[in-house]
Design a protein around this ligand. Sequence first.
Ligand SMILES: *Cc1c(COP(=O)(O)O)cnc(C)c1O
Length: 232
Amino acid sequence: MSTIADNIAQVSSRIRAAALAVGRDEYTIQLLAVSKTKPAEALREAYAAGLRDFGENYLQEALSKQLELADLPLIWHFIGPIQSNKTRAIAEHFDWVHSVDRLKIAQRLSEQRPADLPPLNICIQVNVSGEASKSGCTPADLPALADAISALPHLKLRGLMAIPEPTEDRVAQDAAFAAVQSLQASLNLPLDTLSMGMSHDLESAIAMGATWVRIGTALFGARGSQQMHRQP
Ligand SMILES: *Cc1c(COP(=O)(O)O)cnc(C)c1O
C-alpha cells in the first residue's frame, strides 16, 4: 500500500513532467491537496510530507478539520458550491475561494471578510461544458461578473477555476482547458491564477496554463461513495 508521501512524490513528478513537456517552469504550478471526506490525520500526513494548501468542499467538515489541525500553519481553500448562508464562515475561515460563480455570493464574502484579515483570494468558477455542468458562470456572463468582483474591497480576484466534463480523451481535455485560458486572457484584468486540473487530467491542464492543480484521489486514494455527502 502506498503512503500519502509516496503519492505526493508521484503527483509532483507528474507535474514536473507535464511542465517540462510544454516548457513551463514547474514552480509556476502549485499543488492543492483536495482533502474532502478524508480525516484530519491524512492532512497531517500530507503536511509532514511538505504540503501546505488544502481544498475542502463541505463547510462543516472543513471547520472541524481546521480545529483539529489548528497547530499547523495550513492554507485553506474552499472549492465547493456555496450557499448564501455559508458565506460568513467561509469569509472568516478560508484564505482562498475557488468556486464563486455569482455576484451575490461575492458581495457577501467581501462584506463579511474580517477587517483584520488580508483580502480573500477569489477565483470565478466558469462553466465551459455547457449543460453538462450546473456550477459555474457562463462564458457570456463572465466579463461583467469579473469586473464587478474586482471592484469589491475585501476580495482579491486572482483568476478562473473550471471543472470540465470528465473525459479521458486528451484532445477534449485540451479543448476545454484552452477555452478557460482564452476566457482568462480576454478579460482586461491583472489575473495570475488558473485553477484547473484534477487527478485524471492534470497534464492537459498544465499544458493549457494551470497554476493550481486540485488533486484528491491521486494523493489520498479513492473517496468512499458513502462519505460523499456528509454536508448537513
Ligand atoms: C473533488 C474535487 C477535486 C479533486 O478531484 P480528484 O479527481 O479526486 O483529484 C478537485 N476539484 C474539485 C472542485 C473537487 O470537488
